[in-house]
Design a binder for this molecule. Structure first.
Ligand code: G4P
Length: 527
């Protein structure tokens, strides 16, 4: 176990939330604690600004920013923290899902006023699929939020996870007075824009301490005493193992914009969050402390400059040591590759690095060799599993408006879909190309980029599909028969896997009932 010290020093995670819950603000406060930035306002939000003239132009602008904030590495109390950014816009949810395959834990931000929102639900589903450990930060306690007990109940019910309060709030909105730390049994009084130093902390001997009445007033002190008795009675001490298995989520209350409650969470995070973990592959589990290097690509980012088709592939190191200029095995292409200028994301500047360890994310310049899910090893043949693609929700046929540019179009479609911008399906036995996306915005992005970067002009024709289901069967004859019979609805994905395009839920259910030998899957493992 050569690299044990390096592994134990690392925590790799993402912050997830519904847009506007406070992810950017919280990120910024964490970076301030880590000394990675000096001033507030330094982290650019990657969300689509509300009044942008055109959403997709805004996305183009954001692409430049989001490379810089894709991974933010900082140190806090001797721990090296890799914070992976996730796009805020719902049309780019798939990007977020893939980023979640590269982290070891997440922090979920919930707006105390709005409670559980759409995207919170979807993102947490992905975390549940992988049993990712979750810490919950209930934000905006300085606003009149929902009743704290009801809010916790709502989160537990809607997200199917047990919660374990670590701090407890005293009121909310303009009456918000602070939080009581249930484990350390002290009180942190609320002040706007706190430096979060020790001076705001009031030590109390126990809850009966009259200091509580003095600081909070008798009524609020009494309520706190009652609340804490109830909460402690129900929850007791946090069992860290339950958190690590994704069964229980510790909860903190605070206000990111006021930097309140953030430090408590960060201190707990570095204490309990998982170090890089072992991972499954198509061949065998890979232990994080193996000597040999392995890693996978979870994200590809196109360069903004249309004249250079260079891309940046994001590699998550899973075991061993990544080294600059050393040859590694690209499993899918069956060739050895090396990298002159791999870079790290320390302190938000792109520095060329010599080596990286499990948990780290390395940026690799790519001229088209990579696609999402690709695995690098020191020679062994396997792929990391658990990097699914999800069924798109909107389908459109690509209409080539300029037959002279057919080649460029094909290349553009392949490259953009390698990046994971959209999924490409080819009609079975024909050559109709169908693009599937999660949101309308992606079609605009594809149209724009095909023209800008490949000179190919396209239009889209809406297709009446509702879901794409990957189909498999233990009986090859039955699969062949089904494919022949339903050929109008069958397509192949880029890897040649068969897909059934269902017009509606009713059609899908009917086909399922009529074809018990065929299995319909809503996600496809990329490998
Ligand atoms: P996001 O990345 O999750 O989309 O959210 P972001 O951090 O951008 O926060 C969304 C809005 O909520 C911002 O206001 C931000 O200032 C505010 N906010 C964040 N934390 C708190 C908090 O603890 N209390 C309150 N009251 N507000 C909070 P904005 O007006 O949209 O943007 P800005 O002009 O302030 O940047």
């Amino acid at each position: 176990m050569k690299y044990q010290t390096e592994i134990e020093r690392r925590r790799t995670f993402a912050i997830i939330s519904h847009p506007d819950a406070g992810k950017t603000t919280l990120t910024e406060k964490l970076l301030l604690f880590g000394g990675a930035i000096q001033t507030a306002g330094a982290v650019k939000s990657n969300k689509i600004k509300k009044h942008a003239t055109s959403d997709f132009m805004e996305i183009e602008r954001q692409r430049g920013i989001s490379v810089a904030t894709s991974v933010m590495t900082f140190e806090y109390k001797g721990i090296l923290i890799n914070l992976l950014d996730t796009p805020g816009h719902k049309d780019f949810a798939e990007d977020t899902y893939r980023t979640l395959t590269a982290v070891d834990s997440v922090i979920l931000v919930v707006d105390s006023v709005n409670g559980v929102e759409d995207q919170t639900r979807r993102l947490m589903e992905v975390c549940r699929m992988r049993d990712t450990p979750v810490i919950v930060f209930i934000n905006k306690m300085d606003r009149d939020g929902k009743n704290r007990f009801e809010l916790l109940e709502e989160i537990e019910k809607e997200l199917s996870i047990h919660l374990h309060p670590m701090t407890w709030p005293i009121n909310s909105g303009k009456d918000f007075k602070g939080v009581y730390n249930l484990a350390e049994k002290n009180l942190r009084l609320f002040t706007a824009n706190t430096r979060a130093d020790e001076s705001d902390i009031v030590q109390i001997s126990d809850l009966a301490d009259p200091v509580l009445d003095e600081k909070l007033g008798e009524r609020d002190a009494a309520t706190l005493r009652e609340d804490v008795e109830l909460v402690d009675g129900v929850h007791g001490e946090l069992v860290v193992e339950d958190y690590l298995q994704g069964k229980v989520a510790p909860v903190f209350f605070g206000s990111a914009v006021n930097n309140f409650g953030v430090k408590e969470m960060l201190d707990t995070f570095i204490r309990i969050a998982p170090i890089p973990r072992d991972r499954e592959t198509t061949k065998r589990p890979v232990a994080v402390d193996e000597d040999k290097f392995s890693g996978f690509i979870f994200k590809i980012h196109a360069n903004l400059d249309p004249k250079h088709r260079d891309r940046i592939a994001f590699l998550r190191v899973c075991s061993g040591k990544f080294e600059r200029n050393k040859y590694f095995h690209h499993v899918r292409l069956d060739k050895d590759v090396r990298f002159n200028n791999p870079y790290s994301f320390l302190a938000r500047s792109k520095d060329v690095i010599e080596e990286a360890y499990p948990g780290d994310v390395v940026g690799l310049f790519d001229t088209g060799n990579f696609k999402i899910g690709d695995t690098l090893t020191e020679g062994e043949e396997f792929y990391f599993t658990g990097i699914p693609s999800f069924s798109p929700e909107i389908f459109k046929e690509v209409i080539n408006k300029d037959p002279m540019k057919t080649k460029q179009l094909e290349k553009g479609l392949l490259q953009l879909t390698d990046e994971g911008v959209a999924q490409l399906f080819t009609q079975f036995g024909g050559n109709k190309k169908i693009i599937g996306c999660v949101g309308e915005l992606q079609f605009e992005v594809i149209q724009y980029r095909l023209l800008q970067e490949y000179g190919a002009s396209v239009e889209f024709r809406a297709q009446p599909y509702y879901k794409a289901c990957w189909i498999t069967s233990k009986n090859p004859e039955k699969l062949k028969e089904f494919t022949r019979f339903k050929s109008a609805n069958i397509a192949e994905d880029k890897d040649g896997h068969l897909v059934y395009l269902a017009q509606s839920e009713w059609f899908l259910n009917t086909e399922r009932t009529n074809n018990p030998d065929i299995e319909f899957h809503f996600t496809s493992e990329i490998h």
